[in-house]
Ligand binder design. Structure first.
Ligand code: GDP
Ligand code: MG
Length: 329
């Protein structure tokens, strides 16, 4: 049977524009730039109101460049989530930074995300210097404002303002997790975009193939549940997606999406941690990922995960390409 999850399967959201597109409609690309863990993916998800980018307390979770599409009555924003910019230590790290850098030159607006609960650091300075080389308008988002009281927030904002030392870069207060400042931010971005038509159908929210989103949901659970024990040497490949029928007492049979996935690690010891005592860890990862997948697919999911050791996959360009971390992206 032909699966409906082909390469170009996209996630749709029912969003109807009741009025026709106006002449002064705006559209364009917006890059989210910032150190790892400042809340880029959380902000993107909050602005879209659903889970597209994966977030986790562990840094460097976003590997593939993800474009999320936000269509409002006045503008269409194509938000490009980038991996956090940091000093690369290996081939995969280099690719991640390349991706983030190449995003800056291609977009209409850059959102520079900073953390209110941390002082400006070397990592931020690296990004600010990088941005100064481009002429693109920058909106500075001071995120995680929920972690500070009014007084401390004011101190942090002053400190960041001195650090940025640029009258064109106004600071926007935000809590991506609580949604504070997000609608105003969308408004602020919209007026910076050039006039233009819809670039994507208004009901589309993400341009990544569903396979990648599903793989990321598993990887997210690996990172959450194993924390520091299994570092970032984990990749997930979705081997098969199939619509199957399962017997049901009430309905006779129900449609289920069966997903077969392989989790790749670099070392045997990592495989042992991922599987856990009596397979407990892998079961937990599978269960949690399955729940997230059911939300994404909006239907029952049957998930089976295998763990495979591929030594040094991060250093092998062919392997990186196969897993979707393309060299030209
Ligand atoms: P990214 O690496 O920049 O994409 O960061 P993520 O979006 O993955 O977020 C990293 C961590 O910061 C996660 O644990 C988020 O829940 C947390 N986080 C993100 N935004 C906020 C916020 O506004 N307030 C608080 N308290 N935590 C946040
Ligand atoms: Mg991210």
């Amino acid at each position: 049977m032909e699966s409906r999850y082909g390469k170009s399967f996209l996630v749709f959201k029912s969003l109807s524009l009741s009025e026709p597109i106006a002449k002064d409609y705006r559209s364009g690309f917006v890059a989210l730039i910032g150190r790892p863990n400042v809340g880029k993916s959380t902000l993107l998800n909050q602005c879209l109101g659903e889970k597209v980018a994966i977030t986790s307390p562990v840094a460097q979770t976003t590997r593939n460049r993800l474009r999320a599409i936000l269509t409002t009555k006045t503008a269409q924003l194509i938000l490009v989530d980038t991996p956090g910019i940091h000093k690369p230590h290996h081939l995969l790290g280099e690719r991640l930074v390349q991706t983030a850098k190449s995003s800056i030159g291609e977009v209409d607006v850059v959102l520079l995300i900073l953390e209110a609960n941390n002082r400006p650091g070397k990592g931020d300075a690296f990004i600010v210097n990088l941005l100064k080389k481009y002429e693109v308008p920058v909106i500075v988002v001071l995120n995680k404002s929920d972690l500070l009281n009014e007084e401390n927030y004011a101190v942090a904002e002053k400190e960041y303002s001195n650090f940025l030392n640029n009258p064109n870069w106004s600071i926007h207060r935000c809590s991506a997790i609580q949604g504070e400042g997000c609608s105003e931010l969308i408004e602020k971005i919209s007026i910076q975009l050039p006039n233009g038509p819809l670039l994507y159908p208004p009901e589309m929210v993400c341009d990544q193939p569903e396979k990648i989103l599903l793989a990321e949901l598993i990887r997210e659970q690996v990172l959450i549940n194993t924390r520091e024990e299994v570092p970032h040497s984990v990749a997930v490949n979705i081997d098969r997606i199939e619509d199957i029928k399962r017997p049901s007492k009430k309905l006779g049979s129900i449609g289920v999406t069966a997903i077969l996935a392989t989790i790749l690690v670099e070392r045997k010891s990592q495989k042992a941690i991922l599987i856990g005592k009596g397979g407990r860890m892998l079961r937990l990862i599978g269960q949690e990922a399955r729940l997230q997948m059911q939300k994404l697919i909006d239907g029952p999911v049957y998930l089976e995960c295998f763990v495979k050791v591929v030594p040094d996959w991060r250093r092998k360009p062919a392997r990186l390409l196969e897993l979707g971390y393309g060299s030209t992206e």
